[in-house]
Design a protein around this ligand. Sequence first.
Ligand SMILES: Cc1cc2nc3c(=O)[nH]c(=O)nc-3n(C[C@H](O)[C@H](O)[C@H](O)COP(=O)(O)OP(=O)(O)OC[C@H]3O[C@@H](n4cnc5c(N)ncnc54)[C@H](O)[C@@H]3O)c2cc1C
Length: 487
Amino acid sequence: MNRAESIDRLRRKDPWDLLIIGGGATGAGCAVDAASRGYRTALIEAHDFGKGTSSRSTKLIHGGVRYLEQGDIPLVMEALKERGILRENAPHLVTDLAFVVPNYEWWEAPFYGIGLRLYDLLAGKYGFGKSRNLNKEETLERLPALKQDGLRGGVIYYDGQFDDARLLIHLALTAEQQGATLVNYCPAIALITGAGGMIAGAVARDSESGEEYEIRAGAVINATGCFSDAVRRMTDAGAASMIAPSQGAHLVFDGSFLRGDSAILVPHTTDGRVMFAIPWHGHALVGTTDTAIEDVSAEPAPMEQEIEFILETAGRYLSRAPRREDVLSAWAGIRPLVKAGSGGGTASLSRSHSVHIDTNGLVTIAGGKWTTYRHMAEDCVGQAAVLAGLEERECVTRQLRIHRYESPADGIQAEVARAVRMEMARTVEDVLARRTRMLFLNARAAMEMAPRVAELMASELGRGAGWRSAQVDEFRALAARYSAFAG
Ligand SMILES: Cc1cc2nc3c(=O)[nH]c(=O)nc-3n(C[C@H](O)[C@H](O)[C@H](O)COP(=O)(O)OP(=O)(O)OC[C@H]3O[C@@H](n4cnc5c(N)ncnc54)[C@H](O)[C@@H]3O)c2cc1C
């Protein structure tokens, strides 16, 4: 992806069939779907691709054991099917992961054993592997770092794991391969109203040059996650909010806190949720929480009580309880949940997606999960195409392979070159937070790498010393927030 060429196309090709605002999983999924149906498709992202929630997930491609407990069988079945489709289309990006539910009470083995067999059954031909009960020795073989006091055994089951920011970049590359034009650092700052008061495009501002463009399209898809209501209010200041934002935090520790290749699922935390401890890029990733919030931000920070809660829960299951000073990186994301209209906490709100069309024709897609992005896009693009009066074309993404590199880059110099030349990385943060995951794994180590990355990027992008030092300062200020919770 070349940014200058993409901006050129954005300027010239007018009008587009579909304009997508937002470059997270939902927007990128819509771009893949629309372009592969043959629609002329443009996507603009305010920051970097995946800057929002889509780089801050628990990194599971899963049916959602928790939704099974809640009795939301249709959602579990949809997600299990999408899990299987994604593994088929992106075997280089989705891997199988074994999860163990440790049992400390006599009733847990039969209870979770039966529940997880139902999970296998619902997956049908999309299954990842059969669940089964483990005795104490087998459980400890899988999870040597588990607390042994009172341990009776466990239940093992299988789900998928991925690197969210990496899959996102591959979706953006796939969309471009299919003919879409995607640009980062280019927020929509206003919507354009056409004949009959219908939305006919958006005004975008290139954050790098300050230039503004009018982008016209048959229909506009608002895929801005927790910012969906802000975009809807660009033309309708009184639009009732449809998003109930909910924050989830994660803590990352050294891999020695969770030895072995299996993950732990804590099926019932003290606040009635599930919690995961997962091996991820050689580290232990623990989370998450579900905290209803009022204000949304592109860089949400974990709250004090979220940190305490995760540490406390991890300490109840791990033989070596992690402490604050063991936190290598702490970060949070915001779920763009769709309001149900009734009361109750955000944990009980459905994770199903919703396509909402305002009376001015703006199409908003929100909710859902990373796992279901393909199905969400199929649904949304189908509706947007009808609204725009486009020729009806079948969705083809069920069998569409996700972009694959010939040879993976090795070493930081090669990573930076690839990120800048092929993946539209523009800042040190893009490289250290999303093209590699250093910031999310170890914030202090990422800070130390910033000057070298800035130097390599400056030579790739033709920038001077002023840009380099400003980039390093900005990145260090950001990374300080990710490491602020360490002791
Ligand atoms: C803590 C947590 C854990 C999760 N774990 C999982 C998991 O393990 N598995 C799973 O399947 N799902 C998981 N999810 C859900 C999943 O991450 C989200 O459903 C998904 O990432 C939402 O993607 P999105 O594209 O809708 O939103 P986002 O990723 O937030 O994308 C919206 C984008 O719109 C951009 N934007 C905003 N305003 C504008 C504008 N004016 N112009 C242009 N662009 C704009 C933003 O910069 C942002 O990049 C998790 C969610 C959270 C919060």
